[in-house]
Ligand binder design. Sequence first.
Ligand SMILES: N[C@@H](CCC(=O)N[C@@H](CS)C(=O)NCC(=O)O)C(=O)O
Length: 263
Amino acid sequence: MAKRKSTKAKPAAKTAKKTMKLFYSPIHGFIHKALVVAHEAGVWDQIEFVPIYPMRDGYSVAAINPLHKVPTLALKDGTVLYGSQTIVEYLDSLSKNKKLYPKSGPARWNALRRLALADTVFEVAVVMALEKNENPPRASVFAWHWPKVERALDQMEADAGKLKGFDVGQASTLHALSYLDRQLNKGLMAPVPDGYDWRNGRSKLTAWWNKVLKRPSVKAHFNKDYVGVGTAEFAQQQIAEVLRAQGKKVAAAASQKVDYQVN
Ligand SMILES: N[C@@H](CCC(=O)N[C@@H](CS)C(=O)NCC(=O)O)C(=O)O
C-alpha cells in the first residue's frame, strides 16, 4: 500500500512546538486532504508526522484507534480523532486563515456534497485496488464500482466550472483524483479501460487540477519525501506517548514489535 523507500523520510523539526501527532499513510504521489488542510489551516508546524504502513507488522495503530486506520490524529491530552472527515474539520477549526468550510447556506452544502462525492470516489478506488490483489479478482466488483467513478468524474467536471476560492470539497477532490491516478497508472480491470485518463474530455476539471497543484498546501507534500521518521520503532514510540497521555500503562519494549499491550 505504501513504498518502503519512504522509511528514509526526513525527521520533522522542532519537536517542542508539536501539539498533535498525525499518523498517516505516506503514499507517494497521493495528495491527502488531511495534509492539504493542515497546511491551509497554518498548523503544519504543530504536527508531528508519523508515517504508518497499516498492512505492515509493527505499525498497528489499533491501541489508539479501534478501527486501525489512518489518518489518526492524537492531541496532546491523549484525545484521538479518526475518520479523515473528523480530522480535517478539526484542523480547519484551528485555522486563523480563511476557513475551508463555508459557514452556512448553499455554499456549505455544496462544499460538503463535493467532499462526499470525492471521498466516495476514493473509497471505491480503494475497493477496486484491493480487489485487484485478490486471486482471482472478482469482475463484478469492477463492473459495479467503475460506473460510479465515471459518473462522479462527470459531476466533478460540471462542478469545476463553478468553483470559487478553495474549500474542503476541493481538498477532497485532490485526494480522490491523485489516488485514482495512482491506481489507473498501475492498471485496474475491465470495464476500466487500459490507459484511462480522467482528464480526457474533462477540460474544466483538468484546468482546475493544474491550477490547484500550484497551491503551497499541495506542493508541500505532493511527490516529495515524506515528513516524519518512517520506522516501526518511531511509530510505536509515538503511540506509547499517546497512551501515556491517556494515563495508560505501556508494556515493556520487548512487546513493541507488533502491538502495544495496554494494561
Ligand atoms: N473512512 C476512512 C478511510 C481511511 C482508510 O481507508 N485508510 C486506509 C488507508 S491505507 C487504512 O488505514 N487501511 C488499513 C485498514 O483498513 O486496516 C477515512 O476517511 O479516514
